[in-house]
Design a protein. Structure first.
Lengths: 182, 163
């Protein structure tokens, strides 16, 4: 039975972080599976799903990684992944939507948008946000991928989001994600 | 006449370059029929010959198999060539030969495609939207190209700055 762990790590961005992390995991006998890595301004952040070798528990992996990652001063956290969550799922035809929200930056935009999505049984499956614009007039941009159990629920969610516009002072568009498989 | 299995990457047939065919060749006609049978039995709307293991320049498409799409109905093209493309756009695309994964690729809204019909006559198709995407995707297969070769951005592409 395979066992999996989620490893998160981050540190000041510089060339070689991915190489170091990948090589360290390889040396320890881990197999890197799905990952997501990105740079948040000057910080490079990594989320890796790894298949563990026999004899290393997820909890121990963090300690085993430390000697490798210390030179780059990476913060590392490991946690076991439930087998069920680690299983590769066939891509299901779940209605998927994109939501773009943007406006003058102020606290509370993410919280209110996310709450509205959750109240309509929307599942946020991917999300990115950025503060852009000039220093004096920062603009907040967020882009979300949302899955809904039923496509019919989209209209209700759209209406609820429209009502957020004057409250939050944002503009937004909510649209189906067009995906084509040939 | 047979339903063939749709090959999955890493089958190397999917990475090979297909050769031009002669419509009157019985072997070509047999492959066309297999492709039609396989398409009819598949969940997809289009197929290229390499997907059933033949390095031949043959594609079949019938976007009307998808709800809400009409296009030109069933089209069989031998030796297809894309003559013109217009209207660049980003599309999230997947492929029956690379299951359970999609990626953002750059395609065109309109495609003018020319090839030979199974009877050897020249066929020109001016396709738009979903049908145009299907032709671009299938012609790529004839050149050993998968959508994986064309992924132009990760999901965060919106934020990438042009320098």
């Amino acid at each position: 039975m395979d066992h999996f762990a989620i490893v998160t790590a981050f540190g000041q961005d510089r060339p070689g972080i991915v190489a170091l992390m990948a090589d360290s995991l390889y040396q320890l006998g881990c197999n890197i599976e799905d990952t997501c890595m990105t740079r948040l301004r000057g910080e490079f952040t990594m989320m890796l799903m790894v298949r563990l070798p026999d004899g290393i528990a997820a909890e121990a992996l963090g300690q085993r990684l430390t000697p490798y990652t210390t030179p780059l001063d990476l913060a590392v956290l490991c946690r076991a992944m439930p087998d069920q969550a680690a299983t590769r799922q066939p891509a299901l035809e779940i209605p998927t939507f994109m939501l773009s929200v943007y406006g003058a930056d102020h606290p509370g935009i993410v919280a209110q948008v996310a709450r509205t999505v959750a109240q309509h049984n929307g599942n946020i499956t991917d999300m990115n946000t950025r503060v852009v614009g000039s220093g004096e007039r920062p603009i907040y941009v967020m882009v979300l991928e949302i899955q809904l159990p039923e496509a019919q629920q989209a209209d209700q969610l759209r209406q609820a989001l429209e009502q957020l516009k004057p409250l939050l002072g944002v503009d937004l568009t909510f649209r189906p994600l067009e995906s084509a498989t040939f | 006449m047979a339903i063939r299995p749709i090959l999955l990457y890493p089958h190397q047939a999917l990475k090979s370059t297909s050769i031009a065919v002669v419509p009157s060749d019985p072997a070509v006609q047999a492959v066309v029929q297999d492709m039609l049978d396989t398409l009819a039995a598949s969940p997809g709307v289009a197929l290229a010959a390499p997907q059933i293991g033949h390095a031949m320049q043959i594609i079949v498409a019938d976007v009307s198999r998808k709800k809400g799409e009409a296009g030109h109905g069933l089209i069989v093209l031998l030796n297809p060539v894309i003559l013109a493309l217009e209207g660049r756009k980003s599309v999230r695309e997947g492929c029956l030969s690379v299951p359970d994964y999609t990626g953002n690729v750059l395609r065109y809204e309109h495609a003018l495609v020319e090839g030979l019909g199974p009877d050897g006559r020249v066929v020109t198709v001016s396709a738009s939207g979903f049908e145009a995407l299907a032709f671009q995707h299938e012609v790529d297969h004839l050149n050993g190209m998968l959508f994986l070769d064309r992924i132009h951005s990760l999901s965060t592409d919106l934020f990438r700055r042009k320098k």
